[in-house]
Design a protein around this ligand. Structure first.
Ligand SMILES: [Zn+2]
Length: 450
């Protein structure tokens, strides 16, 4: 008999009396602990920050002293979830399953009753930490309807039929492109950057100018026409115009002139990372956001975006469907991207969390999709013990700062957690965290609030 079978821990519903509990058939196995630490997969994509400069590497090194960080290797992403390409390992000897995915498959109640039914027994989200050194591609994610269509037409490029809303919450200063700029701003760039105007062409540029003051549909249509002209430009012409622009900015900068009104420094930086790439011009179409720690952006379906630099926690629906159009060596699908995008100009792209009514240390980032919610908990070091809100959903908790021991009704012994520690929490489990040192705690948690 396994140790946990002797403990008499029970599933939710108050049936915790152990083997003699009348509500449970004799042959039914006792429930495993519902809260346990995870060892999470690291992805070494080329765009990641190198070695110990990466937040991902720092979290890994702090949580696992045996982990050796290679300074010449990029540490791009930490995957906290059950995705088959990075299923988290369970760090609890009492549990027979090796990975979170295997465990969830055999302990479906841990998902929470509504989550289990709505997402067919699977964890609906993937929680990540990203450390970005070089820009990620200009991309958008399809809505469910388009995802199904694309998957049917080209499964090699669109591997599943699900949508992929995403949210990024900054851990350090985090720069990204998100959604179309207000048309006034795009028109200003058309005047100040003749190379940009050249690729779009006079006809589309004039149409955009004339759409000002008209209805939102004609503006969206003019914007689509401009963006499509840019993205469908001949490669040779793009390279020519980009070289002209790079030369012009470099000369002006060398002469001591400030080129920030056309994002000179960023343009040179992107061109260095992706020489000759059409995506360099996207900065004149899309809002440039620099998030401070704790600030967030939400990437709903069809919103064009690109992460440029910095560290963040990210949560997304479980899917791999990405339509790319620049700043990438990967498969690009310009016609699909130009067709699908939401051409709604707006400057207002920060996603604001709500402060919890019940818990003064809790901020909730609740996007308008069912798949996930992100929580941030900022607990001052003067608090001796902090109770994590019980929710009717499986959740994953990441310690970004601080040191605690976690206790739960089903865990036999308290679980020590420090910076980089990751805890799986089954639905409705009560977890209490005792601060091991009197320094501030910073925690992020992903769950699914239906
Ligand atoms: Zn994305």
């Amino acid at each position: 008999m396994r140790l946990w079978e002797q403990m008499g821990g029970g599933p939710r519903g108050g049936c915790r009396e152990g083997p003699t509990c009348p509500g449970r058939a004799g042959s039914e196995r006792m429930a495993a602990p519902q809260v346990f630490p995870l060892s999470c997969a690291v992805q070494h994509y080329a765009w990641g920050k190198m070695g110990s400069s990466s937040e991902v590497a720092q979290l890994l090194a702090s949580s696992d002293p045996a982990a050796a960080i290679s300074e010449d290797k990029p540490y791009a992403e930490l995957w906290m979830g059950s995705h088959p390409r990075g299923d988290a390992k369970i760090l609890d000897d009492r549990i027979s399953q090796k990975t979170l995915g295997q465990w969830i498959a055999e302990n479906q109640d841990c998902l929470g009753s509504k989550v289990k039914d709505m997402f067919h027994g699977k964890l609906p989200f993937l929680f990540k930490v990203l450390s970005v050194e070089t820009a990620l591609s200009i991309q958008a994610h399809p809505n469910k309807e388009l995802a199904e269509k694309l998957h049917l037409q080209a499964p090699q490029h669109y591997p599943d039929a699900n949508h992929k809303p995403e949210m990024a919450v900054a851990l350090t200063s985090f720069q990204g492109l998100c959604g179309f700029r207000p048309v006034e701003e795009i028109l200003t760039f058309l005047t100040k950057v003749p190379e940009f105007q050249f690729l779009i062409g006079d006809k589309a540029a004039t149409q955009l100018k004339q759409s000002m003051g008209g209805d939102s549909r004609s503006m969206a249509s003019a914007l689509q026409s401009c963006f499509s002209h840019l993205m469908k430009s001949e490669k040779k012409v793009v390279v020519e115009q980009l070289n002209l622009l790079v030369k012009r900015i470099s000369q002006q900068v060398a002469a001591g002139n400030n080129m920030e009104d056309i994002y000179g420094e960023l343009l040179l930086q992107l061109h260095q990372q992706y020489p000759g790439d059409i995506g360099c011009f996207a900065i004149y179409f899309l809002n440039l956001l620099t998030l401070k720690p704790g600030e967030a952006m939400f990437l709903e379906a069809n919103v064009p975006h690109a992460y440029l630099k910095g560290d963040c926690v990210e949560c997304m629906a479980c899917s791999d469907n990405t339509v790319r159009a620049g700043l990438t060596p990967k498969f690009i699908d310009v016609p699909t991207l130009c067709e699908m995008l939401s051409y709604t100009p707006s400057k207002d792209r920060l996603f604001l969390p709500a402060r919890s009514q019940e818990d003064p240390y809790l901020y909730i980032y609740d996007p308008p999709v069912p798949d996930f919610t992100v929580m941030k908990m900022q607990v001052p070091g003067s608090v001796a013990e902090y109770n994590v809100l019980a929710v009717d959903s499986a959740s994953i908790l990441l310690v970004v700062q601080g040191r605690v021991t976690a206790s739960t009704p089903t865990a036999q012994t308290p679980i020590p957690l420090q910076r980089g520690g990751v805890l799986f929490i089954g639905a409705n489990e009560r977890v209490s965290l005792k601060l091991a040192v009197p320094s501030d705690l910073l925690l992020f948690r992903a769950c699914c609030l239906l």
